[in-house]
Every structure is written in C-alpha cells, then in structure tokens.
Design a protein around this ligand. Structure first.
Ligand code: HEC
Length: 117
C-alpha cells in the first residue's frame, strides 16, 4: 500500500514538473523575456537580500540595476553560480538552488541578448 502511494506521488510530481517545463518554454517562445518583466523580479526575490547597496550588504556587490545584473551575467559568473548542483558550496542563492523554471528564465534572457524592457 505504501509502495503504491509512493509510486503515485512520484509519477504525479514528474508529470507536473514536465508540464510546467513545457508551459514555460511555450510562454517564453511567445513572450519576450526581458529584464524588467521577468528577470528583475527573480533577482529581487532571491538575491538582493544579500546583494544590495545598503549599509551592511552580506555579499560583495549589489544586483539592483539592469547593468549590475547584466554585467555579472555577461562577464561574471552569475549563470554558472545559479546552475551549480544543489548543495554545491558555491551555489547562488547561498540559501539553496532556485527552482529550474526560474533559472531557465535567466538563461533564456542571456541567450536572447539581455533585453532590458
Ligand atoms: C544569503 C546571501 C546571498 C544570497 C541570497 C545570494 N548571494 Fe550571491 N554571494 C553571496 C556572498 C557572501 C558572495 C561572496 C562569496 C562567494 O563568492 O561565495 C556571493 C557571490 C556571488 C557571485 C560571485 C561573484 C564573483 O565575482 O565571482 C555571484 C555571481 C552571485 N553571488 C550571484 C548571486 C545571485 C544571482 C543570487 C540570487 C539568485 C545570489 N547571489 C544570492 C551571498 C548571497
């Protein structure tokens, strides 16, 4: 009984995960991925608590503006650091890897040339 329930749950989650993946790809193909509409919210929710320009930032540089985020993505290690395996000591956010859906948005944004608005 327990085994079946477990299988069901696994299948259920696998099905949901692949669904949201294709939804995401579809919606990103239709809508442009931009900093203002898609990326800024992800960074604000997951990074600026440490990466900010306040009095005592926890991280050594802010990720608050388009140029700060674009330059760390284009020339720095941002794409690499958000895609490390969960549990890697260098993963960003330091508190744990983001859902793949969110990572994909940043990856697509970079691949399409860092559109601002
Ligand atoms: C809990 C605090 C915290 C959060 C949240 C956090 N960071 Fe960091 N981040 C740090 C600290 C501290 C460092 C410097 C030490 C290091 O490199 O690990 C750092 C370093 C980095 C670096 C390396 C910069 C370089 O010059 O090599 C990148 C890129 C980065 N963070 C991106 C992000 C992104 C993107 C997010 C959100 C998805 C994020 N961080 C969330 C604390 C955080």
């Amino acid at each position: 009984m327990f085994k079946c329930l477990y299988c069901f749950l696994v299948l259920f989650f696998v099905a949901c995960a692949s669904d949201s993946q294709s939804d995401l790809t579809d919606s990103m193909a239709i809508n442009r991925v931009t900093y203002a509409n898609n990326v800024k919210g992800i960074i604000d929710n997951n990074c600026t608590i440490c990466h900010n320009s306040g009095q005592n930032p926890i991280a050594p540089f802010p990720l608050e503006t388009y140029l700060e985020v674009r330059d760390k993505t284009k020339f720095g290690s941002l794409l690499n650091r958000i895609q490390l395996p969960d549990g890697d000591p260098a993963i960003m956010p330091k508190t744990g890897k983001m859902p793949q859906k969110l990572i994909d948005v940043v990856v697509v944004w970079a691949a399409k040339g860092y559109i601002k608005n």
